[in-house]
Design a protein around this ligand. Structure first.
Ligand SMILES: NC(=O)c1ccc[n+]([C@@H]2O[C@H](COP(=O)([O-])OP(=O)(O)OC[C@H]3O[C@@H](n4cnc5c(N)ncnc54)[C@H](O)[C@@H]3O)[C@@H](O)[C@H]2O)c1
Length: 328
């Protein structure tokens, strides 16, 4: 709906001369009331702004390392209490100590709970522990992930990748979101996807499928949340670029030029959440947003143009793809 129409309509509904019983107008007023918190100046459907400093408690999975740890630190720096969930090993305790050392309220602000996200019962137990300890959950970041590699006809790793990367996200949402809706408070869910779940580069099909599932699940979740009356929870899809973490270090100890640090990624995510972005499409030092946009558009056009799938990686299309990228 164009913004001018909305303003015009709002003037009209507050006009005392107007017949309030006019059915269409009445219905329209109800709709505006419902939709009001989502409609921005440009008339697009957008998530509400979130002042993250108003949130008290965040739960982050995969929080002992990389993007999860940096995100937990970012939330903690804003005064948010954080619950770190990760597999049961020393990394989790070390991460909790690290955050406690720099958080404004020290160790009071941090809780660490050993959790395997591939097990729904672990996520339910996590919810119980966090509610008992902090009393509320405002933010859930389903971020735990693995990338051991996969090949299309080799069954190795498939089950594990989908259990952790996709079921981990579904389990986290199904464990936490119904209670968050019921408590009636504002909140947010952040699910960590990947560009590989959108453009599907050849080489690691199990990972791509798990992340494509995370994208589809999170979109469906957001539709469900915005269609639920009185629900103040929003969902967000975090799409990191190349971030240097143990997931992709492959023995490297120095950050490659093209990669972002986990902290850069966490800052970008934090700002995007404050803006109310659903798709948090992160750049890195090699790939600006404009190039990501071209890659995403090209992938979608494989269907529209009735081309081969993944045509971007076929030699017949390499020149055309380069020209497409170069075309302003
Ligand atoms: N690093 C990148 O370039 C990049 C790019 C796109 C997406 N991602 C995604 O970001 C997320 C975080 O990855 P990262 O790069 O920080 O990697 P990381 O290896 O540093 O962190 C992942 C964490 O998840 C934990 N984990 C693994 N299996 C788990 C399980 N079953 N239950 C609970 N915790 C588990 C690990 O112990 C680890 O601490 C992942 O979902 C990954 O797919 C990363």
């Amino acid at each position: 709906m164009p913004d001018d129409n909305l303003v015009d309509f709002q003037d009209r509904v507050s006009d005392p001369e107007l017949e309030p019983s006019e059915p269409a107008l009445h219905l329209y007023r109800q709709l505006v009331k419902l939709a009001d918190w989502r409609i921005r100046k440009n008339g697009e459907l957008r998530l509400p702004d979130h002042d993250l400093t108003k949130f008290n408690v965040a739960v982050i999975t995969g929080a002992a390392s990389g993007i999860g740890l940096a995100s937990a630190k970012r939330f903690a720096a804003a005064g948010i209490k954080v619950c770190l969930a990760d597999l049961d090993d020393d990394k989790l305790a070390a991460a909790a100590n690290q955050i406690a050392a720099s958080a404004p309220n020290g160790e009071e602000q941090v809780l660490a709970v050993a959790t395997d996200v591939s097990k729904f019962e672990d996520l339910k137990r996590l919810e119980d522990v966090v509610l008992a300890h902090f009393g509320i959950v405002d933010i859930v970041m389903n971020n735990a992930g693995i990338q051991p590699g996969s090949a299309i006809f080799d069954r190795e790793n498939w089950q594990r990748v989908i259990d952790v990367n996709l079921w981990g996200v579904i389990n986290g949402c199904q464990a936490f979101v119904p209670g968050m809706i019921e408590r009636g408070k504002p909140g947010m869910i952040i699910n960590t996807g990947s560009k590989q779940g959108i453009t599907s580069p050849p080489g690691d099909p199990a990972y791509n499928i798990s992340k494509a599932g995370v994208k589809t699940f999170t979109e469906a979740l957001q539709h469900e949340l915005r269609s639920t009356i009185n629900c103040q929870i929003s969902a967000h899809l975090l799409i990191p670029g190349f971030v240097f973490t143990p997931l992709n270090a492959n023995g490297r100890t120095q950050k490659p030029e093209g990669a972002w640090t986990p902290e850069q990624n966490a800052d970008f995510m934090y700002e995007s959440l404050q803006r109310g972005d659903f798709y948090i499409l992160c750049p890195d030092n090699d790939v600006p947003r404009s190039l990501d946009e071209k890659r995403i558009l090209w992938a979608a056009q494989d269907i529209i143009e009735n081309r081969e799938p993944l045509s971007r990686w076929h030699p017949d299309y390499s020149e055309r793809f380069e020209a497409f990228v170069a075309d302003e």
